[in-house]
Design a protein around this ligand. Structure first.
Ligand SMILES: [Zn+2]
Length: 290
């Protein structure tokens, strides 16, 4: 089952203000969608409430406005959709694909592969983490920029968490459910999420959702060779510099130059000359902005 129409999305987490790395993702997903005459959606991934950074949601929304992106539907907020995710967990329970896990972080220790300790304990769900059963199947996909990627979830990860013990819905679950409900066909995002993709594909398969196409963009690095991120305090996007930043983002993406103008006009020019084959290969691009 594949999608008939192109639907792309930009899905930032409000765990810090938008930085140049997220701008690159927004611009690339936007130009990819619009150059395919597709729709472009925005989703705020705010289920991890303890990690939400004050005012970062407002900053993201202000940036989207300042850069004059045309969003083709209402912006959705995952925090308001918890009932959808719970419903899907119930559906997975019906399929006998999820179970409660009582292991504490201490019990799990430094072992990154979950051994399935609680798989057959049939524990009550309250105040426990909920894990998805994985199997021996190898998950492969063709990434538009990174080539063929394969993972073996059972050997590399084990049954993984969909809902945390503290009740927080895991990112993996929320992403898969919302991409499906929003009829997203193409995911364009940073290569830091490349190793999450197999989990998301597998979960989508469990739910019989249509397959998505993926493009993982190289990550912008700062002068010290670290990826721009909230963790290393990448500078927040300065809204008043939107045209200059847009020009730099397109340059980082290897695209032909655009004339400095209102962002709306610059984006129109960028879409007209957009060529994803020009995006630098690999998982990193050197910073031109820090
Ligand atoms: Zn367990």
């Amino acid at each position: 089952m594949i999608h008939a129409a192109y639907v792309g999305r930009f899905a930032p987490s409000p765990t810090g203000p938008l930085h140049f790395g997220s701008l690159i993702t927004a611009v690339a997903s936007y130009c990819e969608a619009k150059s395919h005459h597709g729709r472009w959606l925005v989703r705020i991934e705010d289920t991890d409430i303890p990690r939400i950074y004050p005012n970062s949601e407002q900053h993201i929304l202000a940036c989207l406005e300042a850069f004059e992106f045309e969003i083709d539907d209402q912006i959705i907020f995952q925090r308001q959709r918890l009932a959808c995710y719970e419903q899907v967990l119930a559906q997975l329970a019906e399929l006998d694909l999820v179970y409660a896990c009582q292991c504490t972080r201490k019990m799990l220790g430094s072992n990154h592969i979950y051994a399935g300790t609680c798989r057959n304990l049939h524990l009550d769900w309250s105040h426990q983490a909920i894990r998805l059963k994985v199997n021996q199947q190898r998950i492969c996909f063709d990434d538009a920029l990174q080539g063929t990627q394969c993972s073996h979830l059972e050997q590399e990860l084990g049954d993984f968490v969909l809902k945390r013990r503290d009740g927080i819905i895991n990112y993996q679950l929320a992403v898969v459910v919302d991409d499906y409900l929003q009829q997203v066909s193409h995911v364009v995002r940073g290569a830091d999420l490349l190793d999450n993709t197999a989990r998301q594909i597998y979960l989508g398969q469990c739910l019989n959702y249509p397959e998505l196409q993926y493009m993982h963009l190289p990550l912008a690095m700062n002068a010290q060779g670290q990826k721009l991120s909230k963790q290393n305090l990448a500078q927040a996007i300065q809204i008043e510099q939107a045209p200059q930043l847009l020009k730099q983002a397109l340059q980082a993406l290897g695209q032909p130059e655009v004339d400095l103008d209102r962002p709306r006009l610059m984006l129109a020019q960028a879409i007209a000359q957009w060529d994803s084959a020009l995006i630098p290969k690999g998982t990193q691009i050197k910073a031109i902005f820090d």
